[in-house]
Ligand binder design. Structure first.
Ligand SMILES: *Cc1c(COP(=O)(O)O)cnc(C)c1O
Length: 431
């Protein structure tokens, strides 16, 4: 067992300062054993904790670090700009540079607006959808996470066209009543909701690659179906690409599937590890945003120059030839190797992947497309596997509902070694 003495002591102090000892609940190690590891530094694909333990990191800050930790190009660009000051509340050239980099290489958006987090991006995008259409309701899908703003913190039981009951305390019923929650991969549910409320539905929001409740890969034809029903009914199709943007392709899932959304949101990778989010759409739709239009949205630190610099450096690396092919190929090899082992031993286990995102599930199902297909009991197996992997120096996001990320810094040698360790860990818990 690795020592967590220093992390334990730091966590004790943290608990006196922050609710549950953390500043974001997913960090709390609630569904795996022990205290959260306090991380001291990262370099490439590795991180070190407060007890000096070294890990290969597949959490990668929950997605932003597609180049790995401490990438020289990102670090240098931050350092170069840091000496000029950290914030002005006035425009800077760096915003133009990052904006250009995105718009020039992304055929799906004509204008964007920078904000400081994914939550803020989606919240603002929803307001824009409502302001543009003059409609109130939104459709979201069970298992898709869109940040923690009120109208989006709604889950639902299974069933057809369930009206949202809030899944967080503190969200008034009247807010969540405007959110219709539907199961993924269910066309009938969408048709029924549109039949009942179509005239008042502003947008259908979806993670086109749902990756916040396992990896619930949708069929391309389903996403095309959503595109069609939106167009037919004057509803905006809203792709929340906070994870998938710049991850599966530079222009995200829209490029991967070649589907034009009406509004898109980005976060995570876009800021090179600093807090940046963005929402984008056509010139026509974006003209409704203040100060051009009457949908208000603002931010003191929006377009922060240091964060813009980090984003410019990171996205420039992503634009290099073959970047995404390489990411996808090595991830596929890694996943295939572990799956072949699991199959040879007849384990009920499967790794799913797309691009450089992977998710492990204790099931032999050929696909898992909706939240209700994930067995809650399998989380005990995840917990056991997590302990084995952590002791063997592999760090994943501490929940079986979270996906893992491969970065450019995870080379094939490292991935091969990790695959072997992974297979041994599986053998240990399945024995
Ligand atoms: C992470 C995430 C968000 C929220 O972004 P924050 O930066 O954590 O506020 C929203 N949507 C999706 C799809 C995400 O993965």
């Amino acid at each position: 067992m690795i020592s967590r003495k220093n992390s334990e002591s730091l966590f004790e102090t943290a608990k006196t300062l922050f609710p549950g000892g953390v500043n974001s609940p997913v960090r709390a190690f609630k569904s795996v054993d022990g205290v959260p590891l306090f991380i001291e530094k990262g370099d490439g694909c590795r991180i070190w904790d407060a007890d000096g333990n070294e890990f290969i990191d597949f959490c990668c800050s929950w997605g932003p670090l597609i180049l790995g930790h401490n990438h020289p190009a990102v670090r240098t660009k931050i350092e170069q700009n840091l000496v000029n000051g950290t914030s002005f509340g006035a425009p800077t050239k760096l915003e133009n540079e990052l904006g250009n980099l995105i718009v020039q290489n992304n055929p799906f958006v004509e204008k964007i607006r920078f904000v400081s987090s994914g939550t803020e991006a989606v919240m603002s995008g929803i307001r824009l959808a409502r302001g543009y259409t003059g409609r109130n309701k939104i459709i979201k899908f069970e298992g898709c996470y869109h940040g923690h703003s009120d109208s989006l913190l709604v889950k639902a039981g299974s069933g057809l066209a369930t009206f949202g009951s809030s899944s967080s305390a503190g969200v008034p019923e009247s807010f969540s009543a405007e959110t219709i929650v539907l199961p993924l991969n269910d066309r009938e549910a969408v048709n029924t909701a549109i039949k009942n409320h179509g005239d008042d539905i502003a947008c259908i929001i979806i993670e086109p690659i749902p990756a916040n409740n396992g990896l619930l890969l949708q069929e391309k034809s389903y996403l095309e179906f959503l595109r069609e029903v939106c167009t037919e009914n004057g509803i905006l199709l809203f792709f929340d690409e906070v994870i998938s943007g710049f991850r599966v392709a530079f222009a995200g899932a829209a490029e991967y599937y070649n589907i034009q959304p009406d509004i898109v949101t980005y976060g995570k990778i876009i800021g090179g590890g600093l807090p940046v989010g963005a929402y984008g759409a056509s010139n026509e739709i974006m003209a409704h945003i203040s100060p051009l239009g009457d949908v208000y949205q603002a931010g003191t630190l929006s377009g922060n120059p240091v964060a813009m610099a980090a984003g410019i450096a990171q996205l420039s690396e992503c634009l290099k030839d073959g970047f995404y092919e390489n990411q996808e190929n090595k991830t596929k090899k890694f996943v295939d190797k572990i799956n072949a082992h699991a199959k040879s031993k007849s384990y009920e286990f499967e790794l799913f992947s797309i691009g450089s995102i992977f998710w492990l599930t204790f099931s032999n199902a050929e696909s898992v497309r909706s939240a209700s297909e994930i067995r809650a009991e399998s989380m005990q197996d995840f917990k056991n596997l997590y302990a084995e992997l952590l002791n063997a120096g592999i760090y994943l996001g501490p929940s079986g509902y979270e996906v893992g990320f491969v970065s450019a810094a995870h080379n094939e040698d490292v991935l091969n070694q990790v695959a072997d360790t992974f297979c041994n860990a599986l053998d240990a818990i399945m024995a």
